[in-house]
Design a protein around this ligand. Sequence first.
Ligand SMILES: C[S@@+](CC[C@H](N)C(=O)[O-])C[C@H]1O[C@@H](n2cnc3c(N)ncnc32)[C@H](O)[C@@H]1O
Length: 187
Amino acid sequence: MTVVGLLRRERLRYVLATDVAPAAVALAGRNLALLTSAGLDARARELRRREVEHGKPGYGEAADAADRLAGQLRTAGGDITAVAGLADVFNPTALAALLPAPAPDLVLTDLPYDRQTSWQGSVPSDGEPLRAMIRALCGVLDDHAVIAVTTEARKVSLGPDVRALQRFRVGTRAAFIGRVGQLRAVA
Ligand SMILES: C[S@@+](CC[C@H](N)C(=O)[O-])C[C@H]1O[C@@H](n2cnc3c(N)ncnc32)[C@H](O)[C@@H]1O
């Protein structure tokens, strides 16, 4: 989310990162701080402190990169309002409680791979968590909104009846991009 924010600042009004795991939300919050000048300045200062402490020039180069990103962020529109929050993606009430108004136009998801992370929370018993996630998201988003799902290629369980704006693969990853108005009927 932070990288998308830095790359597409001029297209964004607000970034909201959600996860069911408190540790993931805390990590996202620290990363999202890099979408502000203050956060990037603090990171650059910390990297320069480490450069002096450890005598490693790599930290100084990383600090210079943080300064460059701060400059690019200012030029592209300045700080982005960015928030990390705890929510179970299967629970539309929890999701709705976090959403700004108007609701987001774009949702980016990276599904659990069942290695380092697995589905948690109100996991559906029918074995179709991806459909359940899309159903919950459709419950809180407007028709024009777009949902992008990335996961391991062999784990995309949406059938051919689910209309996509795009489906593609990059290496072992598969991506599905669909519009809420078209997903409501099938999810
Ligand atoms: C593959 S990881 C993606 C992590 C993140 N995109 C990143 O790049 O660091 C999948 C994430 O899904 C989260 N997750 C699992 N079940 C969830 C649920 N019911 N609601 C929201 N997030 C969930 C896990 O905690 C995990 O952080």
